[in-house]
Design a protein around this ligand. Sequence first.
Ligand code: GDG
Length: 458
Amino acid sequence: MSRLIVVSNRVPLPDKHGTAPTGGLAVALQAALNERGGIWLGWSGKSTRDDDPGPLQVIDKGNIQYLLTDLTERDLEEYYQGFANRVLWPICHYRLDLAEYARKEMAGYFRVNRFFAERLAPMLRPDDVLWIHDYHLIPLAAELRKLGIANRIGFFLHIPWPVPDVLFAMPVYETILKCLSSYDLIGFQTNNDRRNFADGLLRHAWATAKSDTEFEVDGRAFQARAFPIGIETSEFMSFARKAAGTGVARRMHQSLDGKKLILGVDRLDYSKGITQRIDAFEKFLTRHPDRERNVTFLQITPKSRSEVPEYEAMQRAVAEQAGRVNGAMGTIDWVPIRYVNRSLSRPALAGLYRMAKVALVTPLRDGMNLVAKEFVAAQTEEDPGVLVLSRFAGAAEELDAALLVNPYDVEGTAEAIRRGLDMALEERQERWRAMLGKLKSNDVFSWSHNFLTSLETQ
Ligand code: GDG
């Protein structure tokens, strides 16, 4: 079996006891790497003021070699904070209003990808299979090809791919499309994303299609297909069973004092629809004053990308909004919204999922959304909670037995909250079984297996 080479912006290292890190994606990729042996390369998370990031840090664990590189401060500013997070992320999430394109940053994005390619190329063997992850590294295959690397290279995009007219608003979109055509296989989260990609690509005379999934650019054939990412379903189910007994779960149970828990869990990001969700919860309370004091909405939102100004501003805005609703609707002994800006441990999170009657997963746009899948896996068959899910999350393609909502429709989401809280046991069980069936048949291990099999056999 050929070695596997994984490249992603960040590398989840096993902890000092050698245990694999938590999180489905990391677990699945570690498993694939363990089976075949290989390399996982990425940014160390550190930056240096020098122009030279210095030597690679090499960590050997069993038959996996982790290679970490520092980046210069300028690289980080242009590649990561700049083009990746202020152009590609907003464009792919349909936020043209937030995209700030600068030529300098685009050049930095390509420079860092070239740098990764130069570091990787000397270590490659002719039969290695390469799997590159996410929007930070779109040009990596093109840079490797320039260095003479002819290996099979696959790319998986974790975030959505926009419709052509949104993509075309990005000044360098043609270069980005051509870079993607240097891969052998491009994986998208959904068929919708794959179609958007094909629609954009085929508007150009230089691209042709042999089928819905097979394309040719400049004489080079490649495929683009949907591989919806899953979670480690059975592990998460047993994990959530045990998590019901954690300290956080017990404390939460006590403090709920019989109130029903409505839960939201999202990295702090404008794509997650947190402000619209708070509006919907407020609308629900206004419409159903009899529910006051019977429910608590807990929103867990660890900070992310605080160095990007939009994220800093959003953090203040959400905190103010939650405070305003609590001030207006709360009473001396009831706080409607509990807003937690810190990360919880994975067991604590699983315990809360299991306790919640309703989960609000209402992003304005999301590649997949693993929280939706984790929530479903954490429920008990005897009394499953209800998933309220945005139709703009990739997860909605598989989890169509959830209560699907349009997150921009605040009243519709408010009504779904009510429906979820009142739903009869039989309906909840029926919906839950349908969703769990999908999670079991497509977990994160079959996802990585399917992608790699396609990459090697196409
Ligand atoms: C990108 C795409 C796609 C959250 N809070 C805590 C915590 N989490 C964990 C969740 C979940 C993960 O973070 C979030 O995953 P999502 O899929 O919801 O979202 P992104 O971070 O935006 O991920 C997304 C994903 O890539 C995979 O392809 O689904 O669409 O945007 O696992 O559980 N974990 C802990 N404490 C927290 O407070 N421990």
